[in-house]
Ligand binder design. Structure first.
Ligand code: NOJ
Ligand code: CA
Length: 792
């Protein structure tokens, strides 16, 4: 008995000193073991109780993937949801459907799983509670398991009533989630450090056992502010590979009204435990029944390409919550943005004000005494470096319109940028008042007349309080002038103070912004917000997120970074990575600039290997002008897909992907501009023109009714190593001939920032191909390739 109690104690604490597989063998026999099998019969999830403690295991082809692992919670004010459970009921079901995302990597997604719903009870008298009003009721916790051919999802549910009796759990607070993932060995992992405030890190590839010793290195060149919690803490989606070649990915799905889950490793047992981001008071989930947690997901694939093909996270999210999605569309855009990131120009309009005080009633001129207290931009001296000025914005609109883009982002249009950064100001922007040199109505009109929408920018400077204060007015202003998309940002320390970027209240803020935006028919691309968990299935107006290290980190981005992101960050949803930098030597823009590590063809490849319905051509117009033949690929490529085929992939090394455009959404953005009162009608986007094979000279009205050509795009990217791939075009329709335009790195191209640096070298080849053709394509160090294929 003493030994048994000791073993249970070992299970109950986070640090287990014995090797856990030995521990599992020594455990007493489980009670009430329940097993769930995947539709293909290869995966098995088992749930059981040992002396009232809930545990689960997962196997594939009979071999363990997750060994005996804890489930449950530590609570405030009452006994934990971690012991004293009895099994009340088990229900099995199966589900199989095909659904159609509003946008995505494919038009048809199969959601096929077997489900097991386990109901557990802590009987009256078995646990203690400070809430005496509920202690005469049983405590009910359910665990819903969904097992797919490519992985497991499970979540905890807390019904209000069970079997006609009220649950003892009403309002309850989590201090810890005990969910654990006991892995079978020292797997290779691609990880970023666990952090309550940023995901802007390079990935580190290492064995699990090396995470602790690589802790400092894992933080190098990362984002700000950073708030770590453990030397062995990592973020999800965490991609791993076993020595047997199995690809295991731990993440979460549908994180709503709950903190984000990071993981903390016990390196002695290779056991990760859920590590939730606490709120300002230290709580890790404030729950009110009926409620449930997000899904905890364990994807298991035989091949790396299968991990890219998996729709596990999306399938675990709820169907679309919006009745009308006609206003949601893919967007290819440019921006008055890289100018500021590169240092060429500034967000701020003047250098006059070290401190800015904004008028809480913008435009109010009732009281001259009051007005004199606020910063007067109208009479400020322009600094001459402000990027968002009328002339410059018009220059970008002209270029974007000429090359068939849908939209233009402009940052630094609104007052307040003079002291926005690092000051932890509550009232930092009003999101309404333009700088004197940004004529908002006129620029929108100018853009619309050319078939371009302007994308709004709301940098909250992490003051969620202030953003919520202004949100309704800000969205209304957008509606008034025809903006239908906003890029929001959360740079800096969160206000309310002491909250982290991924705590429950702040996750609720990001969601609030999406829901409110949907009421205004506004699409949202949030930077520095929580990394996505597939919620775009339910809220498809969430068309993008940054939430990872993106192009703005320039030379700090390691080669190979973009070959890891689709396995990790992109599992939850698309990223506004902002590719397309054709002048990667930043030293040519500003004296302190350094060399970014990629070739032009690498950037082209990203438009296919990275899925996003929102894709940017991030560089300056003048950097595209010398390379318009290569730029043509960015113009032609689609951003929403019918079919995606993952040809070759290995995290950290390379990705080669082929995709076929979804024709129904091809011209949606251009059509939307045409519906604006001042919008240019019958604009055909470049991608539509390419896919439908409409000659440049033709202005066509009913092109939707013409039969589109069969069109495919292929993209490839590599890390610092040159590679060659043989690409069989057997996905093309047999018997048809296609024109291929092939963009490859020149023989001497290289993105390595030494004497060999030549990011600019590329070759464009045109040839006839069929489904029997095999293309042999080489990528330079830090390089890539892109191919467009169009039926003749
Ligand atoms: C960080 C964002 O990621 C970047 O895109 C933006 O330009 C700056 N914040 C300013 O809002
Ligand atoms: Ca950022």
């Amino acid at each position: 008995m003493i030994i048994r109690l000791f073993l249970l104690f070992c299970l109950a604490v986070a640090t287990v000193t014995t090797h856990a597989s030995t521990l599992t063998q020594m455990l007493p026999e489980p009670d009430d073991s329940q097993t769930l099998t995947s539709p293909d019969g290869r995966m098995e999830a088992t749930f059981y109780l040992i002396d009232g403690i809930p545990l689960y295991e997962l196997t594939r082809d009979g071999k363990p993937v997750i060994e005996a692992s804890r489930m449950g919670f530590v609570l405030e004010w009452r006994d934990d949801l971690a012991h004293a459970f009895v099994l009340k009921d088990v229900q099995y079901s199966t589900f199989d459907e095909v659904w159609h995302p509003v946008w995505g990597e494919e038009a048809n997604i199969r959601n096929h799983y077997n489900e097991m719903l386990v109901t557990l009870e802590q009987p009256v008298g078995s646990v203690e509670s400070m809430d005496h009003s509920t202690e005469k009721r049983p405590t009910v916790m359910q665990i819903r398991f969904r097992l797919y051919d490519d992985g497991l999802g499970f979540r905890y549910e807390f019904p209000m009533r069970y079997n006609g009796i009220d649950n003892a759990l009403v309002c309850f607070w989590f201090k810890e989630e005990l969910t654990s993932f006991h892995l079978t060995g020292d797997h290779t992992a691609w990880w970023i450090p666990g952090d309550y405030d940023t995901q802007e890190y390079n990935y580190t590839e290492s064995r699990l056992s090396q995470i602790d010793s690589l802790y400092e290195k894992g933080h190098e060149h990362g984002g700000w502010p950073w708030t770590d919690f453990s030397r062995t803490g990592v973020q999800t989606a965490l991609q791993m590979r076993t020595d047997d070649g199995l690809y295991i990915n731990i993440h979460e799905a549908a994180t709503l009204d709950y903190p984000t889950m990071h993981l903390n490793l016990d390196p002695k047992t290779f056991t990760f435990r859920a590590w939730l981001c606490p709120d300002a008071a230290g709580y890790k989930g404030r729950m009110q029944a009926p409620c449930h947690t997000p899904w905890r997901t364990i994807m298991v694939c035989d091949k790396a390409t299968d991990a890219l093909r998996s729709r596990l996270i999306l399938n675990l999210n709820d169907p679309c919550a919006l009745d009308d999605v006609s206003w949601i569309h893919p967007v290819k855009y440019m921006g008055v943005w890289w100018e500021m990131i590169s240092g060429k120009s500034t967000w701020n309009y003047t250098n006059d004000f070290p401190s800015v005080k904004l008028n809480p009633e913008p435009g109010n001129s009732q009281s001259s005494i009051l007005n004199s207290q606020f910063t007067d931009f109208a009479h400020a001296k322009p600094n001459g470096t402000h990027g968002a000025n009328n002339a410059n914005v018009r220059r970008y609109i002209d270029f974007a319109a000429k090359h068939g883009f849908d939209a233009l982002l402009i940052e630094g249009w609104n007052i307040g940028w003079e002291d926005w950064y690092g000051k932890q100001k509550d009232f930092v922007f009003d999101f309404l008042t333009p700088y004197p040199d940004f004529d908002l109505p006129a620029l929108n009109k100018y853009a619309h007349e050319k078939g371009i929408r302007l994308i709004m920018h709301h940098e909250s400077s992490a003051s969620t309080v202030n953003y919520e204060r202004w949100m309704e007015k800000a969205y209304t202003l957008m509606n008034q002038y025809g903006y239908d998309a906003v890029k929001s940002g959360y740079v800096g320390t969160i206000i309310p103070f002491a909250e982290g970027h991924y705590s429950q209240p702040i996750n609720n803020h990001y969601h609030y912004a999406i829901v409110e935006a949907a009421k205004h028919h506004i699409m949202v691309n949030a930077h520095e917000a929580v990394r996505p968990t597939g919620l775009y299935r339910t809220w498809p107006n969430m068309i993008g997120n940054e939430s990872a290290m993106g192009t703005e980190f320039r030379e700090r981005i390691h080669p190979g970074h973009t070959t890891i992101l689709p396995f990790t960050r992109l599992q939850g949803g698309p990223m506004d990575y902002t590719p397309g930098i054709f002048e990667p030597d930043m030293g040519k823009i500003v004296p302190w600039g350094k060399k970014m590590q990629h070739t032009i063809c690498n950037q082209l490849g990203l438009y296919v290997t990275f899925y996003s319905p929102l894709q940017m051509a991030a560089d300056f117009p003048e950097h595209y002008e010398p390379y318009l033949d290569a730029f043509q690929f960015i113009k032609d490529v689609a951003v929403d897909w019918d079919t995606s085929i993952y040809l070759y992939a290995e995290p950290g090394d390379y990705i080669v992907t082929a995709r076929k455009p979804k024709v129904s959404s091809l011209n949606k953005a251009a059509d939307g501009v045409g519906q604006l009162p001042d919008g240019k009608k019958n604009v055909i986007s470049n991608a539509s023109r390419y896919v439908y094979a409409i000659p440049d000279t033709v202005s066509i009205f009913n092109f939707q009714f013409s039969i589109p050509k069969d069109t495919w795009y292929i993209g490839g990217i590599t890390d610092e190593n040159a590679r060659e791939f043989a690409i069989k075009l057997d996905f093309l329709q047999p018997g048809k001939t296609y024109d291929a335009i092939i963009y490859t790195d020149a023989k001497d191209a290289s993105g390595i920032p030494d004497d060999s640096y030549n990011p600019y070298g590329y070759t464009i080849t045109k040839k006839k191909v069929t489904s029997k053709t095999t293309l042999k394509l080489r990528m330079a160090p830090c390089g890539g390739f892109a191919v467009s294929l169009r039926e003749r």
